[in-house]
Design a protein around this ligand. Structure first.
Ligand code: NI
Length: 225
C-alpha cells in the first residue's frame, strides 16, 4: 500500500528541522548500504552517530506518534531511528530493494515491512527527485510538500530520480509493523477508515461496535509477535 500522509510536521517543526539541516555536516550516503546499494546510491546523509540526527529524529518520531492516519496505516511495532538525506547536483538513488533486516541499538533487529519518506523540502525548491515506487500495479511517483510523508512497502522496487536543481532534503526510516503482510495491513487500514466514517455519521451504534470487534479480532489474529 502506498499512502500519502499529509502534515506530519507542524510549520514550526519543519522550520526548525530545515534550519538545523541546512547548517549540518553531511557525509556520503553510501556508508549505510551494502555493496549493491552503493553502486546506485549518490546522495548525502547525516552520520548515524551525529547528535543532530538524534535530536531531529526525536522530533520526527514524536510527530508520527500523534498522527492517527500514519498509525492506522503502518501499525508500527518497531521504528528505525529516522535518518536524513540530501540529494543535490544530479544525485540519485537507482532502483533497489531495501534491506529486509536492520540492526537497532542493543543488538535488537528490525524487519523492514514499511518504508517511509518524510519530505523536508518544498517541491518548488528542486527539480527531479521524485520517488518512484514500482509494484504490481505499475510505477507510482511521489514528490510531496515539505512536512508530508509517503509510506510504501519496503519489499517494493523503488528509486529516487536525479536532482538536477536545488536540494531534495528528506527524512527516511523503516517500520516493523505489527502486521507483516502488506495486503492484510491494507484491509485493516480500509476497515479502520470505514468504521471511523460510520461512527462520524452516527450510524447504527450496535453495528459499528460489531465491526470494531471484527477489526480488533482480525488484528489479534494477524499481529505478531
Ligand atoms: Ni530504499
Amino acid at each position: 500500500m502506498l499512502l500519502h500522509v499529509p502534515n506530519v510536521l507542524t510549520r514550526d517543526e519543519l522550520a526548525h528541522l530545515r534550519a538545523t539541516l541546512d547548517a549540518a555536516d553531511w557525509t556520503d550516503g553510501r556508508e549505510t548500504v551494502g555493496t549493491l546499494g552503493a553502486q546506485v546510491k549518490r546522495n548525502e546523509q547525516l552520520p548515524d552517530a551525529s547528535p543532530v540526527r538524534a535530536e531531529l529524529a526525536r522530533i520526527v518520531l514524536a510527530a508520527l506518534a500523534r498522527n492517527p492516519l500514519y498509525f492506522a496505516a503502518a501499525l508500527p511495532l518497531k521504528t528505525l531511528t529516522p535518518r536524513f538525506n540530501r540529494y543535490t547536483g544530479g544525485g540519485e538513488y537507482g532502483f533497489h530493494v531495501d534491506g529486509a533486516v536492520m540492526n537497532l541499538a542493543q543488538g535488537e533487529q528490525l524487519r523492514s515491512d514499511v518504508s517511509c519518506t518524510l519530505f523536508l523540502a518544498e517541491p518548488e525548491e528542486y527539480d527531479g527527485g521524485e520517488l518512484i515506487v514500482s509494484d504490481t500495479y505499475g510505477e507510482h511517483e511521489a514528490k510531496l510538500p515539505a512536512g508530508d510523508a509517503i509510506i510504501y512497502p519496503a519489499s517494493s522496487l523503488h528509486r529516487v530520480m536525479p536532482v538536477t536543481r536545488g536540494a531534495r532534503i528528506a527524512s527516511f526510516f523503516w517500520v516493523q509493523s505489527l502486521v507483516r503482510d502488506d495486503s492484510q495491513r491494507r484491509m485493516l487500514f480500509e476497515m479502520d477508515g470505514a468504521i471511523q466514517r460510520l461512527r462520524a455519521s452516527n450510524a447504527d451504534a450496535e453495528a459499528v461496535l460489531q465491526l470494531t470487534g471484527v477489526y480488533h479480532n482480525l488484528l489479534r489474529r494477524w499481529a505478531e509477535p
